[in-house]
Design a protein around this ligand. Structure first.
Ligand SMILES: C[S@@+](CC[C@H](N)C(=O)[O-])C[C@H]1O[C@@H](n2cnc3c(N)ncnc32)[C@H](O)[C@@H]1O
Length: 219
């Protein structure tokens, strides 16, 4: 897939609750999760009313983790969560992808991002919540990226989404995947499967102090 220059698509802008900013990393560094931040320009989408509340960014880690699905996808694709549209720009390069439906909960994020992506007619967006949305067709593959942190408790929502959407897969070879699901399940396993208990304390212990997305908020 070609090297996408995200800043060619997404310009700085803001709405009542969200802001999209460009930022520059002057010196390469490796964060506490061993993710490289190379020198260069990046974009971040933030929630305005909570300090450093990053929703999405265009760091290497984000692009790599969204790229896995973008490579594997084919046919009719369902995406949960628009964010900055990183996965959509990657899917646009995949000629095996015939049609993409995106469900996004936040109207303001759709208004800020969707038009800027300049996607072709294979792509359409629905304003809705993927936990409540009922598709009117079946899909070859689906990808949900609705989380702000890597957290064991994400597995609960992944399981719910799997249960809800499996019936909307076209065939048994179709698949559903979620952003960094292996890491979330690993965290869950290492804490004795706590996502399925209701204890907030145990969930908090499972959470990394700062999720991968929050770490770059201060840059
Ligand atoms: C991390 S961003 C997605 C990043 C995206 N993969 C990309 O490539 O830029 C998460 C997005 O999911 C949306 N979201 C959160 N919960 C949702 C839900 N239940 N249904 C639909 N969208 C949701 C958020 O508003 C946000 O736009």
């Amino acid at each position: 897939m070609e090297n996408i220059i995200y800043s060619d698509f997404i310009k700085p802008c803001e709405s009542e609750n969200y802001i999209i900013e460009h930022f520059f990393v002057p010196v390469e560094y490796i964060d506490d999760d061993n993710h490289i931040m190379s020198v260069g320009s990046y974009i971040k989408l933030l929630y305005k009313h909570v300090p450093n509340k990053i929703i999405m960014s265009t760091t290497e880690y984000e692009i790599d983790t969204n790229n896995d699905f973008a490579h594997e996808a084919y046919g009719d694709v369902l995406i949960g969560g628009l964010g900055l549209g990183v996965v959509l720009l990657l899917l646009r390069e995949n000629i095996d992808v015939k049609h993409v439906t995106v469900i996004e909960k936040e109207r303001e994020i759709i208004d800020l991002v969707w038009r800027q992506l300049q996607l072709d007619s294979r792509f359409n967006i629905i304003h809705g919540d993927c936990f409540y949305y009922t598709p009117n067709k079946k899909f070859d593959c689906m990808y949900f990226d609705i989380w702000e942190e890597i957290c064991a408790s994400n597995c609960i929502e992944m399981e719910l989404l799997n249960q809800k959407y499996t019936q909307f897969l076209k065939s048994t070879t179709g698949f559903i995947s979620h952003w960094v699901e292996a890491e979330c399940y690993e965290l869950a396993d290492s804490h004795g499967g706590c996502p399925y208990c209701q204890s907030k304390r145990r969930h908090k212990n499972n959470k990394r102090e700062l999720g991968a997305r929050q770490k770059i908020a201060e840059v």
